[in-house]
Ligand binder design. Structure first.
Ligand SMILES: [Zn+2]
Length: 579
């Protein structure tokens, strides 16, 4: 029998039509045993899938992304170019609130306290544990709970003794004079010390740090000397071209031009046996006593007895690859502990020879006051610096009677140079503070070194340290207000920067895989403030950032409009290569 289908439409339309019979059909049977339950489940599933789809679309368009949406975040960077896209406003602090906290929390008076603390005594690398502990405690007070000290055992030198004397032979010109010590008398004994200034408390501290060069070699030499200008590779080439005998001589060199370690390196390579480095006021621009400025503390000109300490590490060279070096073996900078190139100076780490990285001839820094008798003693001996090319012009002591002859010094004079350094492998202490972000593998590092060559260091680095602490205190205030950053922020107070970026380099070497994979940016502050004038230079790429940021701040030392005017009238200069 063919199947009979019930014609419901016909039946409902005219049930009483006599011509159309109502045909009885088979009673309705469910296709599955739990048909009703199955229908309900199907309906619920469809509705929830549809709702989920709609929700996802809404989230992607209107709600900021969080850590679970990391990959989507990267894709959406290209879709939504507004910055900061994905601000986690749902976490209790919106972007404008954060900016307000970061702008209004820093306080000049509190920054002054930090500056006073850091500059109140010597804090040479490896000799500032109390400041490291203090810094860590402050950061924790500020709300950076995850603050810790990370130490390394590094190779450093500390000054023990030094002497510089200009010796003159008795019985000048006598053919019978011998080289016995008794034939020489002291013509000038260099003080090798800065003056104690009534107005500057840090200059009269009993434990102020002697003048010396970081990573300088100990030595005791007596020899004729030669003025070698800035001691650049080119300067030495010109001296050789002029047949100035350098072998066995001591170099009297001006600061400037190239890193001080490279001056010593080249002198050493050319057979010189010592280096005396001085700061020539000719490199101070218009701010000189010769130009009518008074010297510090009465005025801004260089204090005649002031001495620039600094490192003589060979901070630009190539060296042989070692088993510890993989990618950093190409020629370039070699900062950090010279005994552990490319790997961290943890206790027990193997140590390498240092000959490639630091000088083997002694060097000392002196003031121009101490350099004057040495320069004057060269008057009339050897060619004049002015007969060389442009870079040899411009000495600033002619008004004091210096004619800038090159030498060598005459036979009746000799320079006696003693440099005694104690080399130790000693702990140094980085303070690291971490604010964890919600994106696990994107990190911004902000750093400032804490060590200084001298008691004081109000400019370098502690004007930066004082400001840095206020920045960290401000971030702590933001955290307390409920803010949570997307990217992890690492604050670092480095030790041992002055010797050659030692603390930071060892830390980077220890965490290199993580840092390579995650670091988005490193922001450094060293000298934050020196003098009352706002000065700024930047790559043209940063102009918008600089100008936009400046609009948020008032120039407290002067007229805010003046600052705005200065910034908006930045002159763009072509890159040297494009000229
Ligand atoms: Zn510095």
């Amino acid at each position: 029998m063919p199947p009979v289908f019930r014609n419901e439409k016909a039946a409902m339309s005219d049930e009483r039509t006599p011509l159309i019979a109502i045909v009885q059909t088979r009673p309705h049977r469910d296709r599955y045993p739990h048909h009703t339950l199955r229908s309900i489940c199907t309906t619920l599933l469809s509705v929830s899938l549809f709702t989920g789809l709609i929700a996802a679309v809404l989230i992607l368009n209107f709600v900021p992304l969080d850590d679970e949406s990391e990959s989507l975040s990267r894709q959406s960077t290209y879709l939504f170019k507004g910055i900061p896209h994905g601000w986690p406003s749902s976490r209790g602090l919106d972007y404008d609130d954060l900016v307000t906290i970061l702008r209004e929390t820093p306080n000049r008076e509190i920054a002054r306290q930090w500056s006073r603390y850091y500059t109140s005594g010597p804090h040479l690398a490896g000799k500032n544990l109390s400041q490291a502990l203090w810094t860590k405690e402050k950061w924790m007070e500020f709300g950076i709970d995850n603050s810790l000290i990370i130490d390394y055992d590094v190779y450093l030198n500390y000054p023990k003794d030094h002497r510089l004397a200009l010796l003159e032979k008795k019985g000048k010109g006598s053919a019978t004079a011998t080289d016995d010590d008794t034939d020489w008398e002291i013509k000038y004994e260099a003080s090798l010390e800065e003056d104690v200034l009534e107005e500057d408390a840090s200059s009269r501290l009993y434990d102020r740090v002697p003048t010396f060069h970081g990573y300088s070699a100990s030595g005791n030499v007596t020899a004729p000397y030669v003025f070698v200008n800035y001691g650049t590779f080119k300067d030495f080439e010109e001296l050789q071209a002029a047949n100035v005998d350098l072998q066995g001589k001591i170099a009297l060199v001006k600061y400037g031009g190239v890193f001080r370690g490279l001056k010593v390196k080249r002198a050493q390579e050319l057979g010189m046996i010592g280096v005396v480095m001085y700061s020539d006021p000719g490199d101070d621009g218009d701010v000189t006593e010769e130009n009518g400025n008074k010297s510090y503390p009465e005025g801004p000109a260089r204090q005649p007895s002031s001495v620039q300490r600094g490192s003589c590490q060979f901070l630009s060279k190539s060296y042989q690859p070692s088993k510890y070096f993989i990618s950093l073996t190409i020629s370039g900078f070699a900062p950090g502990d010279p005994t552990t190139p490319g790997y961290p100076s943890k206790p027990g780490a193997p140590r390498q020879p240092v000959d490639h990285a630091i000088p083997s001839i002694p060097s000392i820094p002196i003031s121009y006051q101490d350099a004057l008798p040495l320069l004057k003693a060269l008057n009339g001996h050897g060619p004049k610096a002015s007969s060389f090319d442009k870079s040899w012009q411009g000495g600033g002591l002619e008004y004091k009677g210096v004619r800038y002859n090159i030498g060598p010094s005459p036979d009746n004079l000799a320079l006696h140079l003693v440099n005694e350094q104690e080399y130790v492998t000693t702990p140094l202490w980085n303070v690291i503070g971490i604010i964890n972000g919600t994106i696990p593998d994107e990190v911004v590092v902000l750093g400032n070194h804490r060590d200084a060559w001298i008691a004081g260091g109000a400019g370098d680095p502690n004007s930066g340290s004082a400001a840095f602490n206020e920045v960290i205190r401000s971030f702590g205030a933001a955290l307390k207000s409920g803010w949570k950053p997307l990217r992890t922020i690492v604050f670092a107070s480095w030790d041992g920067e002055e010797y050659g970026l030692v603390g930071s380099t060892e830390w980077v070497e220890e965490y290199l895989p993580w840092l390579s994979a995650s670091t988005v940016a490193y922001l450094n502050v060293d000298v934050g403030t020196q003098g009352p004038h706002f000065r700024l230079s930047a790559a043209p790429l940063l102009e918008k950032v600089v100008v936009d940021t400046s609009k948020r701040f008032v120039y407290v030392m002067g007229n805010a409009d003046l600052l705005q005017l200065r910034l908006f009238n930045l002159q763009t200069r072509p890159f040297p290569g494009n000229q």
